[in-house]
Design a protein around this ligand. Structure first.
Ligand code: EPU
Length: 430
């Protein structure tokens, strides 16, 4: 087993550079399927979810070349195959973007149902509602979602989303870019990565208006051609390090961010007594006094992000007084609470509400990451805790955080990756 071992209780000082946004990258890379020519994609985060998506494209026949650590050239011009390999696709939630992208490109797609973190049910009915409205037939058989445009090409139409869904908004955009006529998505999600996907597609020749508002209009074009695009910084990675400083104390300049994207997180940290100063493309986060209680409810953007819910819970565990945390997006995103309790946290969960009674300090314990953001929150708790915290199942964390150990060590955290002898023996055996 590989684990993180953290000797906590040390404040953090220095600078952290934020990588490209995971949830933008995992949509923009499949979007390269729609482009006739080579796309140079810059500011790609080095995380396992990105590697998986690139591997899937390669298996489909794309030419993927690494230019440097954060840049790849992806050329999908020669792909003729619309059936996605099962093993890889099941490991990642974002494999659903291949349905929209392949439907847009070929008018047909065969994609296994997506994997990803377990937060209770994760339906994709709104994605399918969009594809059906655009003239596709969709059915599930033999473990695959089969989708086919009845007229051979997707048809522009109006789609009203019953739920604000990031994935459905982006997937319908992907299916609409090369469709015949205009597609209008109403009640669309407004997350920064939706704007980023639209900007990527527009820079390749698409005609998308209104991304970042709740009505997105996509006028279908005949073809997209290659170009260069740089992915936005990761809002959630930045928020995670901001929360780490809030919990552990210290002063850190979080660099390469878009401060506007962080306002929903900044607002809550300010309420808790943390100092956050906005710079052009950085935020300075400082915490030296006590943390104050607050209430947090997660909502679609520009609300407080659900992907920051476990991390802010880690901070609230150390705030004076009682805080109420409400999960407004997912049914079951409190699976980490038992692990926090092992560290002395006082949390009661009732459905979507967690009541957190702040404690003076957390104490190190052996715990297991149960999903990506919960794992990041456990790192934060470990950094703030007294004593030693060992976190297992860190593959969840490495799905979405590039170089987390190096970045935290760079600001003075005592965090190491430890491979237990068992795993060494296994890897020697092969
Ligand atoms: N929903 C439906 N039907 C659908 C789609 C969604 O009922 O067809 C519901 C979901 O069950 C959920 C809500 O709508 O209750 C929002 O889901 P959404 O579709 O917005 O989520 P997603 O696209 O599957 C993305 C991120 C998640 C993030 C959510 C919300 C990716 C690959 N994943 O998921 O990120 O939590 O948006 O912002 O972009 C993470 O990065 O840790 C992560 C889980």
């Amino acid at each position: 087993m590989t684990k993180y071992v953290i000797h906590g209780g040390k404040p953090l000082f220095g600078e952290i550079d934020i990588s490209g946004a995971k949830n933008a990258a995992v949509a923009i890379i499949p979007a390269a399927l729609l482009v006739d020519g080579s796309c140079r994609i810059e500011n790609i985060p080095q995380i396992s979810d990105v590697t998986l998506i690139l591997n899937i494209l390669q298996e489909l026949g794309a030419d993927v070349r690494t230019v440097n650590r954060t840049t790849v050239d992806v050329d999908c011009s020669h792909i003729r195959n619309a059936r996605v390999p099962e093993e890889l696709a099941r490991k990642i939630r974002a494999s659903y973007y291949l349905i929209g992208a392949l439907l847009g490109r070929f008018g047909s797609a065969q994609v296994p149902p997506p994997g990803g973190c377990d937060f209770g049910g994760r339906p994709i009915d709104q994605h399918i509602k969009g594809f059906l409205a655009m003239g596709a037939e969709v059915d599930v058989r033999g473990g695959f979602i089969h989708a086919r445009a009845e007229k051979g090409r997707m048809q522009g139409t109006h789609v009203y989303l019953d739920i604000v869904s990031v994935g459905a908004t982006m997937n319908i955009m992907l299916a609409a870019v090369l469709a015949e006529g205009m597609t209008v998505i109403e009640n669309a999600a407004k997350e920064p990565h939706i704007v980023d996907l639209a900007n990527f597609l527009n820079s390749m020749g698409a005609d998308i208006m209104g991304a970042g508002t709740d009505v997105i209009k996509i006028r279908g074009v005949e073809r997209l051609s290659g170009g260069t695009y740089s992915i936005i910084p990761d809002q959630i990675e930045a928020g995670t390090y901001m929360a780490a400083v809030a919990a552990a104390g210290g002063e850190v300049l979080v660099k390469n961010v878009i401060p506007k994207h962080l306002e929903c997180i900044t607002a809550k940290l300010l309420e808790m007594g943390v100092t956050v100063e906005e710079r052009d493309d950085a935020v300075l986060v400082r915490r030296d006094g006590k943390l104050t209680r607050t209430n947090v409810k997660t909502l679609p953007y520009p609300g407080f992000p659900t992907d920051m819910q476990p991390q802010i819970a880690a901070v609230l565990c150390l705030a004076e007084g009682t805080s109420v945390l409400t999960e407004g997006v997912w049914d079951n995103r409190y699976r980490y609470v038992d692990e926090f309790r092992r560290m002395g946290a006082q949390i009661q969960v009732d459905g979507k509400i967690a009541v957190i009674e702040g404690v003076d300090h957390l104490t190190g314990a052996r715990i297991q990451a149960c999903d990506l953001r919960a794992g990041a929150a456990m790192v934060i708790a470990g950094l703030a805790a007294q004593g030693v915290t060992e976190i297992g199942c860190i593959h969840h964390i490495e799905r979405g955080y590039e170089d987390i150990v190096r970045k935290l060590s760079g600001v003075g955290a005592d965090i190491r990756v430890v491979v237990t002898p068992d795993e060494e023996k296994q890897s020697q055996v092969g």
